[in-house]
Design a protein around this ligand. Structure first.
Ligand code: FAD
Length: 287
């Protein structure tokens, strides 16, 4: 591994100043960054460890404001949180079907988001739930929707000197179901071949008042299947409507073939898993 200078600031603005250099990298759990540095994929001259910064371990929920996850909250904390399991079931599922228990104890949710991998498991449920990012940088604090934050594999909309301090996820509306299905060659220690998050809210007549479908590993960034959602919004979720939406989601996917699966297989699985995720989310919303 190439030599680097290590910094562990205690204040956010100190971190921002250190990150102003163009060859600086944020270190959270290190489960991506250290691997990439060992492989020579990334060679930051300056590593800024954020673990000593107060407030980044925030982890809270209230029924009106929703969920707040600080940049140091790990996937293991999310997986084992009764509140997340109850109100953000798809995020809890993504954090559970993730790496190994050792990795989950170190890997942060914000790190997973900022790594911007096309197969990242926490991105689809968070986008489907309407998450926003709180970002701190040289110009102060700003908030931005998570949807659109990933601009390509490993690339984000963060400007130089900025870091993500928190993820904010709105409180769930009544009669909402949330599902994430990860499909891979094995159950554990596997990146998603295809991932599908579905978020469905029913109105008093049983129609779909709101719906979100977000796909992983079938495009350079997480892909929101907007046209498929449009086929469902305002409609009764009958078998015909769900089948049409699943078909449309398959059309919207932009998969590639690689060592894990062919493009055609991924597209087929988007159809199968979108139908399944929607059915499960609607069942939950009805219960
Ligand atoms: C064995 C193994 C299995 C894995 N399995 C899975 C899996 O099943 N599913 C999956 O999705 N991922 C998986 N991963 C990837 C990895 O664990 C996750 O992406 C992890 O959540 C990254 O979080 P971290 O805290 O370790 O981030 P780090 O490695 O510290 O950082 C990751 C990236 O985000 C940046 N970053 C971190 N925090 C911030 C911040 N607050 N602001 C701005 N930038 C920031 C870093 O600079 C770096 O570029 C696996 C990794 C390993 C090693």
């Amino acid at each position: 591994m190439q030599d680097f200078a290590y910094f562990a600031p205690r204040a956010l603005d100190e971190a921002v100043a250190l990150l102003g250099a163009d060859d600086a990298g944020v270190l959270a759990g290190g489960t991506d960054l250290i691997v990439q540095m060992r492989e020579g994929v990334r060679r930051p001259a300056r590593v800024v460890d954020i673990k000593k910064i107060a407030g980044l371990d925030d982890f809270g929920f209230d029924a009106r404001g929703g969920l707040v996850l600080g940049a140091l909250v790990t996937t293991r904390q999310v997986e084992t949180s009764p509140v997340v399991r109850r109100h953000y079931a798809s995020l809890a599922r993504a954090a559970t079907d993730f790496a190994s228990i050792q990795v989950r104890h170190r890997a942060t949710v914000v790190g997973n988001v900022c790594r911007a991998s096309p197969s990242a498991d926490t991105l689809p449920p968070l986008i489907a739930d309407g998450a926003r990012l709180r970002i701190h940088g040289p110009a102060g604090t700003r908030r931005t929707p998570l949807e659109g934050f990933c601009t390509g594999p490993g690339r984000t909309a963060l400007a130089r000197g900025e870091l993500v301090t928190h993820i904010e996820v709105p409180a769930p509306a009544p009669h909402t179901g949330k599902v994430y299905i990860k499909h891979g060659r094995r159950a554990q220690m596997e990146l998603a071949t295809v991932g599908v998050a579905a978020h469905a809210t029913l109105d008093a007549d049983g129609r779909l008042a709101d719906v979100a479908i977000v796909l992983a590993a079938v495009a350079p960034t997480p892909l929101r299947a907007h046209a498929a959602e449009a086929l469902l919004r305002g409609r009764l979720p009958d078998a015909q409507a769900l089948a049409a939406a699943a078909e449309q989601a398959g059309d919207e996917a932009r998969p590639i073939g690689d060592v894990r699966a062919s493009a055609a297989y991924r597209r087929d699985m988007v159809r199968v898993l979108t139908a399944r995720a929607l059915q499960q989310a609607i069942r939950e919303a009805q219960s």
